[in-house]
Design a protein around this ligand. Sequence first.
Ligand SMILES: Cc1ncc(COP(=O)(O)O)c(C=O)c1O
Length: 1009
Amino acid sequence: MKKSEKEISISLVQKLVKEYYGIKGNATKLNGELDLNFKISANNSQYYLKVYNHGTDIKFAKFQEKILNKLNKASEKKVYPKQLLNKNGDAISFFYDESDEKRFFRLNSWIEGRLWSEANPITNTLRKKLGRSAGKLTKSLKSLKIIDSNYNTDWDLAKSLWTVNYLKLFNTKKKLKVIQYFQDCFSNDLASYETLRKSFIHNDINDHNIIITKKLVNPDVKGIIDFGDTLKSQTINDLAVTCTYAIMNCTNPLSSAISVVRGYNKSYKLFDNELYHLYNLIGMRLVVSLTKSAINKTKFKENKYLLISEDSAWDLIHKWYNIDGEFAYYSFRQACDLTPHPNQMNFNTWAANQKINIIDLFPSINKNKFLELDLSVNSEWLGLSENFKDLVLFENKINYLQQQNPYKIISGGYLEPRQLYDTENYKRESNYGIEHRTIHLGVDFWVNEGVEISNLFDGVVDTISIDKNEKGYGGLIIIKHKINDFSFYSLFGHLSPKKFNYNEGDFLKKGDLVGFVGNKLENGNWVPHLHFQLLLSKLNYIQDFPGVSYYSEIEIFKSLCPDPNLIFRSKNLKSYENIDLKKIINYRKRHLGKNLSLQYDKPLYISKGDGIYLIDFNGEKYLDTLNNIAHVGHENSNVVKVAQNQIALLNTNTRYLHKNIIELTENLLSFFPKELSVVYFVNSGSEANELAIRMAENFTSRKNILVSEGGYHGSTSKCIELSHYKFSNKGGNGESKNTYTFPLTNEFRGKHRGNNCGLKYVNEIEKIIKKMKSNGELVGALLLEPIISCGGQIELPENFLKNVYKIIKREGGICISDEIQTGLGRVGEKFWGFELHDVVPDIVTIGKSFGNGHPVAAVICKKKIADKFNNGMEFFSSFGGNPVSCATANEVLNEIQLKNLQLNAKKTGDYLIKKITKLSKKYPIIAQIRGKGLFLGFELATKLLEPLPKQTKYLINRMQEFKILLSSDGLDKNVIKIKPPLTFSIENSDYLISCLDTVFSEDYMNLNH
Ligand SMILES: Cc1ncc(COP(=O)(O)O)c(C=O)c1O
């Protein structure tokens, strides 16, 4: 065994602490590179003992002593370890070990908290806080004046080229390539790097040296420890080291690094020349770390701590290598409130003096005005996304627009968030799930195929390429223009590739022919247009440059790709103006009822629906697991078209004859048992329930209604009286005179539990009826959902509903099944929820999903009830049964059948139950899973069944960050509900489950914390 690895016994450590510091405590060994570290736990305090490695120079120990003293003077908060003095008044003590060698040691105060390496999740907010703390540390160390210090220079990035001598330790081409890449970049930029400012730096702010608070949600950085690697070097190295460890194990390490840089710059202002080197320094820290690991692997085989982050480091260095260093530099500048591209202002000043006319671009088109075309997610002109993808339709629309505006060039799109790009190369994995490219970086000019395009500025042809990908550029030309002390590029996309009469490297004068607008077969399969974009840099792209960016990178691309209208300077070619959320929120607060609630701590502005997704105003796509109203998919194109067509034709009331109401009624009744044969159309679920109750009262001449605990049936006065979920909660008036509430039939945590509790709940109903009767009252109706949604997706137990229906019938009452949430195939196994229990209600109410978002609802009842209701008073609902609503609802029914959505609900629902059950084995916080089809719920609770509403809320808000919409409910607000559009697929389910898995693994969801 090597001397440096020799252990010291715990008993010796305890003895030393007692003898030198008078502290009686228990010692436990901690990880360390070469020194030996121990945690000492005494009565009320804890300490940290460091025994220096063999042969450590006292000067080195003294150096650290000075640093800690300095830092503790500079900081009032207890963020750095304090040194305890021994019985002789010294911070450094020593003893002779078994080999009779002198060993130095010291005792520090213990910083209470958790190690960064133990925390999950590491969020960008935490990274920013780390950056701030690291910046503060740099500031405090800046004025440290020590000449005599003993450095471990292997870790000094300024000297990191020593690693070049160890390349032979890397045995694969892939590994060698990345290691050499960073070494070469570092060596090439060494001269400029050496001019950077220097100071003392910590030099090892890694995940084992950062203490964060014990708070499991949004923790703070408490302190930074272990100054064993402190040395004087380029100041920026400290940030590079900090970033390296703070960005390990992420999908997109650049986006994580930006947060650290942003925080650091808040405490300690960074210079542009430092930011320029940062990307490569992070790479070099990884090179040093991996080279050290490779050496240590051969030297100290037993010390696992030395190899601790090797896998993560390899993963990171490969990802880092794939990030464009120049792009990283611009991103870091942006994080430090600088213009991302250093030439942005220069370009703007230059552009302000240019006078470019649209005729300069299209010399053969004699038009000099633009007509702005909105193709953003908010575009009403575009409507359904498929209107864009259907090339014939889109071309016709464009042609029509052009005919109406013959003297203008249809154009626009700079910074527009568009939901039009759906091929694979428009998406990637981000730190928070899938991310889509949506932000359009150029201007589109919708001119005809074959239109001639001229060069706008003298320049050299940089790129001629033919992008043959579906939805690619087709023919692409990029021209480089040199202006005094900087250059920029103009990019022309979707050209005809056949007609370039020049080569790369040729000089083109202003006015020279660039090419011709391509047709669909040659331009990437688009309706003919020119995509024109300006670039201040081509980054590392060779034959290409993105024309659409991720929203998360909009600020950088905005700077990199200036607004083309800077050169055209037209009022009608404005860049996209974004929506001001604060303004909307404030207006809502002032002029809309304050009890109109908003989902999420950070409310979403949704602009568009598309199948299983809701899309916000920036084009960010959210997987929707909660909107059961969009039953056949958001903005289902068949439903939309039918509604649009009918509203263009006629929308009036039921006092005229019309085929739509007949067709819908026929279609709807075909899904019901024949006893349910008469339909009334209304506009909302509340209205349907209100009418159902009126009919029941009319039929029975009784007012007493039985409802379930946790039930919700609508927002009208009567419905609120019948909704325990409302009347028993905040603002509610309690149970009213004619409402009789029976206990929620919750087999899991209800009044009666277990598989055989159905009859016990039946008995509860018997008791209520008996009591009612003893007061001279009779039951009028039972109003109940087949799965109680607001109560927390509570299924009705076996033997319950059938027996209850019998009792109600026996007592002369009416059974109403509220299928407003459960109906229309949602429960999978059956089309209606009541069918799960083999009963036939007297009245059924439907709504919500019936119109897929269009307000249409219905009451379906037995003939005898309808006949009695026909008592002389006309039934009229202004909008109920109108031709538009009927056509819409009819199409919803057709879609359910056409797309086999009931079956999909069954298959996907079963799959989800299986997957969530599997998750529950891994995460015991998932206490129960229930529901049917795509009407599911799972409950979060402790082992003792204590509900966990805070964790439920945490899960929902975290899932929002992964762009998944979830909702919660239940008496204890601890049930996650899953009730997506019925088009929800197995693939969607897998994605949902993988994100749930990620969040459930986080500290706050761990029951043992
Ligand atoms: C079971 C149930 N019934 C009735 C209603 C009321 O429907 P609406 O909001 O359309 O009035 C709702 C609404 O959430 C519901 O969930």
